[in-house]
Design a protein around this ligand. Structure first.
Ligand code: ZN
Length: 287
């Protein structure tokens, strides 16, 4: 198998060729242009270059932003509003190119090849600048009306709490994103803090952060009854101490003890390459 995965993010468009071993090779990286037309042209250039290595290989695209089922994307970080990118890709390539939200692609990557493999109901949480991820239900990413995916990070965990970029107050990601731990840990870096905790230091900052993460996970347990919670994103670099702390505190909750004593918390299999691998999985999915 050789499949091309393209990952369109806020600052860069990354791409590579996925091979049988889940190794990504032939990597390319270009800055993300400021318009939908520019992005589509850059994708075309990148794919043309990769086709020189793997002629005619199928292509899938992971793309930041919210997609509707008409293939239009709205992405604040890319300055796009209802941009008909799916149709633009079809016009440029002369064929249908599968394209999907980046969080959904990461979810598909974990389900197809990683920590959610063979899992009936599982949740991916990516702790980064915000909280992203999604819910996999019986092999399908859970979607709302018109195919739009949910926004787990904007679940409210503090009524009338901190103002969020989405306009609500008290969203989970205002308390439990990796960025927030970075602020709480200062002047230490999050890695330095995680190292200290790993070495046995009792840290109120760490406990408070884990408490906020678990506060949201409890609600997800009660709503979805998941078998597995996968933790990804920048903070997953903190390694087993993060996952271990979350599991430990989760096991003290009624949500776990009474309703979901089966739920396991595990690290994501894919980190920086989740978008490329998930995009490639989209292309493989095509009949
Ligand atoms: Zn929000």
């Amino acid at each position: 198998m050789s499949i091309i995965g393209v990952d369109v993010g806020g600052t860069n468009i990354k791409a590579g060729v996925l091979q049988d071993t889940f190794e990504v090779c032939c990597r390319l990286d270009k800055p993300t242009p400021p318009t939908a037309g520019g992005i589509v042209n850059t994708i075309q250039e990148i794919v043309a270059e990769l086709w020189r290595h793997v002629p005619g290989a199928p292509v899938g695209i992971s793309f930041a932003g919210t997609w509707d089922n008409q293939g239009r994307v709205t992405a604040n970080q890319l300055g796009l509003k209802n941009a008909p990118v799916k149709q633009m890709l079809q016009d440029v390539f002369g064929m249908d190119i599968p394209v999907e939200n980046d969080a959904v692609c990461a979810l598909i990557a974990e389900h197809r090849y990683g920590a959610l493999k063979d899992c009936q109901v599982g949740i991916l949480l990516t702790l980064g600048t915000g909280i992203g991820g999604g819910v996999m239900v019986h092999g399908q990413p859970l979607r709302g009306y018109q195919g739009v995916h949910g926004e787990l990070g904007h679940m409210i965990t503090h009524l009338d709490g901190r103002l969020c970029s989405c306009g609500q107050k008290g969203c989970w990601e205002q308390y439990a994103a990796a960025r927030v731990l970075g602020q709480m840990a200062a002047p230490l870096t999050t890695k330095e803090l995680a190292d200290q905790v790993r070495n046995g230091l009792q840290s109120d900052v760490w406990q408070q952060y884990i408490h906020e993460v678990v506060g949201g996970i409890q609600s997800l347990l009660m709503v979805f009854m998941p078998e597995v919670i996968v933790i990804g994103g920048g903070l997953s670099g903190a390694g087993s101490i993060l996952v271990g702390s979350i599991q430990q505190e989760l096991e003290q909750t009624s949500a776990f003890q009474t309703y979901c004593p089966f739920t396991r918390v595990v690290p994501a299999s894919f980190r920086n390459d989740a978008g490329i691998i998930g995009a490639a999985a989209l292309a493989e999915e095509k009949p």
